[in-house]
Write a new protein. Sequence first.
Length: 177
Amino acid sequence: MRQAQTKAYIEFAQARTRSLYRSAWLLTGGDTHLSEDLVQETLSRMYVVWGRGSDKLGNPAAYAQTVLVRTFLMHRRRRSTATERLTAEPPEYGQQQPRAGGGTGDVALRVTLLHALGRLAPKDRAVLVLRYWEDRSVEETAQALNSTSGAIRTRTARALHRLRAELGEQAADLVPH
């Protein structure tokens, strides 16, 4: 890779790492270690693609998000049955969790939603993160997940239904009156 390409890639990686980490954190249900691994894998794959010519990527930020989601789904398919589970305990000392929406919102709401998201199937979680966190259109989400727009609409509706079921009575308590 030429020096100019390397410099451009480093600038891109520095600018996108935080956003990629936030998305990964939501996808993994708050697993900070797996989120870091997914971001590292995404940036590694982006480096390879970048070496072939970043001008061919079109929208590198959107492509990186697509790579992240596909890496997450691939990881979920490969993982063994013995996995770590989310607990009520905070992460290890020094590990900071990203704050959705900038940090002034209701902590209980974020934690409850994160736990409910963590109990959804990986593809359901991916669709909801792409559609509502990343604010992608149905078509962009379909492209990222290598699916059709109709399938994404159906999965979104079902995932929202499952999320509401996971929240149960808590959903009414989370909405300010």
